[in-house]
Design a protein around this ligand. Structure first.
Ligand code: CTP
Ligand code: MG
Length: 233
């Protein structure tokens, strides 16, 4: 059995709403509730640790969901600090070689099948595994004036998604090393890569979007509303 870690201590600066984006509603529920709901309804997930901003007035106070524990802790200044805080808040009974899945609170459209395939890959690969999607657009390198300086080859380029899954002790070592080196990593795999390791890419659904801007929320609303209409959640 595995635990999920959900960093939810961000302020949503790029979104620019009055409240942190993880609490914005889509299809009638806060984004974070969609994320927790999918994680905790999955059979491989035993519980979650959610990293919250200090004195977060928006957190609804869940302590269980689907009959499984929801533990909270205080996050940090960067996403990686929040993930590390969540790791440290795991119950003591969670084994050092247990798989933990890190998933952004602002990614509401996760599907159970992606969790299953990621979890299986993380069990099979000692360096862990992440959900990711191949880049489809043509990539341009810009110069200082926003003119194109060149077209970048897109072969073998993937977008990193979440969840990302690693053995508990490996993730702790990776994040603590990045912090000690003063490097701000933007996802968990980057911290593991810095140790010279090579997590597996698991092709995930392209509609597992992270809400960053209002346009993303409109898309999330569309995806979630049609998903629940189909009842194939
Ligand atoms: N996060 C966190 N602690 C931080 C920063 C981010 O737990 N110090 C969480 C966010 O709440 C979000 C996830 O990490 O669920 C992904 O981060 P991002 O999309 O960058 O969210 P924000 O940092 O809130 O947004 P912005 O960068 O626009 O301020
Ligand atoms: Mg951020």
């Amino acid at each position: 059995m595995s635990w999920a870690l959900v960093p939810a201590a961000g302020s949503g600066r790029r979104y620019g709403a009055d409240i942190p984006k993880q609490y914005l509603l889509a299809a009638g529920k806060p984004l974070i509730e969609h994320a927790l709901d999918v994680l905790l309804s999955h059979a491989v997930i035993e519980g979650v640790v959610v990293a919250l901003a200090a004195d977060d007035p928006h957190w609804p106070g869940w302590s269980t969901m689907h009959g499984k524990p929801v533990v909270t802790c205080i996050g940090g200044g960067e996403r990686a600090d929040s993930v590390l805080a969540a790791l440290r808040a795991l119950p003591t009974g969670v084994a050092t070689d247990a798989i933990v899945l890190v998933h952004d609170a602002a990614r509401p459209n996760l599907h159970a099948d992606d969790i299953s395939r990621l979890h299986a890959a993380a069990l099979a690969h000692v360096d862990g595994a992440i959900l990711a999607a191949p880049v489809r657009d043509t990539l341009k390198r810009a110069d200082a004036e926003s003119n194109i300086s060149m077209t970048e080859p897109r072969d073998g380029i993937w977008r990193a998604l979440t969840p990302q899954a690693f053995r508990r002790e490996l993730l702790r070592r990776a994040l603590e090393t990045a912090r000690a080196d003063g490097v701000v990593v933007t996802d968990d795999a980057q911290a593991v890569e810095r140790l010279g390791l090579h997590p597996r890419l698991v092709e995930g659904r392209e509609d597992n979007l992270k809400v960053t801007t209002p346009a993303d929320l409109a898309l999330a609303e569309f995806l979630l509303a049609s998903r629940f209409l189909r009842k194939d959640a």
